[in-house]
Every structure is written in C-alpha cells, then in structure tokens.
Ligand binder design. Structure first.
Ligand code: R5P
Length: 293
C-alpha cells in the first residue's frame, strides 16, 4: 500500500512520529515561516495535485494552532490536492457548543464549519469530541474515536483495579459507566455548578459509597483542574482509600498539577492529545496515535 502523504501543523510531534513510523504515512515536505508581525506562512515542498492528503493538526490554544491548520488546508487546496482527511487529536472550543448567557455565540459551530469546509476537508477523525452537539456542527463526516480503552489498558498494565468509578459531572457519566462495566466497579457521580467561567463548585458524590474504596475519576479533559480538584476533595472527604484519575485531554491551564496532587490524587493518566514538554512521574502519558491507524 502506498503511504498517505501526511502534513502537520507540528502541534503533536509524538503522534506524527508514530504515524510515520507505522509505514502508513509519509511526511509531506513543508516549510513554516513566521513574519515579523506574527503571521504564519506555509510552503509545500512537493506536488499534491490530485492526491488526498492527510492533515494532522489541533485546535488547542493558543489560536495560532487553528490559524496554522487553516493556512495548511488552504495551501493544499491552492496546489490542487483533493479534500483532505483531517486528524484532530483535540478539538478545542468544543465546550462552547451553546450560549450559556445572553449575548454569547456558539464558537464550536463556528470552528466546526470553518474546519469542515468541504472544499478543504473530506472527513475528520477526532479524539473524544466533547459533546454530541459539537459533532453535529461539522458539515463533513466526523468519526469520534475514544481514548478510554487505551487509558483503561494503561490502568490495567499498572495493576490498578478501581472499585468505584466516579464522573465529576453529569457529562462524564456515560464514560464512567462504560469504564465501571469494564472493571466490574460501581458508578458514582458528582454534581457540578459553574458560578463563573472556569470556576467549578462540586457537590457530594452520589450513586456509590466511596469510603475505604479505590476510586477512579474519569473525564474528557482537565483544563484549570477545578472540576477534578473539587471532585477529589469531595471523594477524599468521604473517606476514599485511594484516588486515581484518567482523562483524555490535558490542557493544564495555569499548571494545576501541584494542586491536583495536593488534593489527593495518587496517579493521573492522560493521553498525548495535547503534548507537554515535561510531566512529573506520577502522571502517565498514554499515546493516542494508534487511534488514527
Ligand atoms: C466539562 O464539561 C468538561 O468535561 C470538564 O469537566 C471541564 O471542562 C474541565 O475543566 P476544568 O479543569 O477547568 O474544571
């Protein structure tokens, strides 16, 4: 099989490396430049006319990642490629899938429409898209691939067998249920309110007794860590013996790791959908590249 031509915005080097090493992809020649005012420019170093390229990019903040992705897709189209297959390890802005206050827009829809423009993109593969609503905004077909099986495999390899799986908010309940089924554990969930943006207030844990239990908290992402820290404190105060966390996307705004640790999390499992240069030993990074193979 001829390997697909892979172009990237360089937001996910570990994923890019694995895809190329698999032999299914060949790195497309491309050169990025940044002008004095901060504008990006890409120059393709090979013919793309008539081929269907694969593009690996992310919409993780800062917004440069989105800008680079759009510029790359435009360069491919301008040079005659067919619409690309877009691999998105993380689709940022997905949480803005409805206005939560009067006067707000729906940024998830905006970016889904721009990225899913049929002239640039034929299909999208995305890892753990935040909500089904966000998925409906894309004008092209979207395959949502789940990282939870990879995280669960990593937990099993580390011989971690949770007795209770807890969703820190209502949105995480389906994930917690699936995970609990796989581990033969019970399911609990917390109630979450957001009094202000980026502030999470977590109520008590319901559905399962956590006292003296090994508890696994699962969610799709950690941003400021507020949700996780709140849930961990609630579960720890309820007498849990040990708290482990498995989350797909680690945004880690404002470096919440020391507070997460201090709240009582013993081990944290995340994927490399969002890369970080250095993480402490109690954080295990699970590669997601195989979801794209
Ligand atoms: C919310 O719906 C998400 O699933 C996460 O729980 C949330 O976005 C995490 O954000 P933070 O870490 O800032 O509480």
């Amino acid at each position: 099989m001829t390997p697909s031509l892979l172009f990237t915005t360089s937001t996910n080097p570990s994923i890019e490396r694995t895809l190329v090493q698999s032999g299914n992809f060949r790195r497309g020649k491309q050169e990025w430049r940044q002008f004095a005012d901060g504008e990006w420019c890409v120059r393709l170093g090979e013919r793309v006319r008539g081929i269907e390229p694969v593009v690996l990019g992310s919409t993780v903040p800062p917004a440069d990642s989105i800008v680079k992705l759009l510029i790359l897709l435009d360069a491919l189209r301008e040079n005659g490629s067919r619409p690309a297959t877009l691999l998105l390890p993380y689709f940022g802005y997905a949480r803005q899938d409805r206005p939560t206050h009067a006067g707000e827009g729906v940024a998830a829809r905006l970016f889904a429409r721009i990225l899913g423009d049929r002239t640039h993109v034929r299909t999208i593969v995305v890892v753990d898209l935040h909500s089904p609503t966000a998925r409906r905004f894309f004008p092209v077909s979207v395959t949502n691939v789940e990282a939870m099986p990879l995280l669960m495999r990593a937990l099993k390899r580390a011989r971690i067998q949770p007795e209770v799986v807890v969703a820190p908010d209502a949105g995480a309940i389906p994930r917690a249920r699936a995970c609990a089924r796989a581990f033969g554990a019970t399911v609990g969930w917390c109630r979450k309110n957001r009094p202000r943006p980026n502030v999470a207030s977590i109520g008590g844990c319901r559905g399962a007794a956590v006292k003296k239990k090994r508890v696994l908290i699962v969610d799709d992402m950690i941003d400021t860590g507020g949700t996780l820290i709140g849930a961990t404190r609630v579960i720890r105060n309820a007498g849990a013996r040990e708290i482990i966390v498995a989350v797909t996307h680690s945004i880690f705004s404002g470096n919440p790791l020391p507070t997460i640790k201090a709240a009582g999390v013993r081990r944290l499992f995340v994927t490399d959908s969002i890369p970080h240069p250095k993480l402490p030993a109690w954080v295990t990074v699970v590669p997601v590249a195989r979801l794209f193979l």
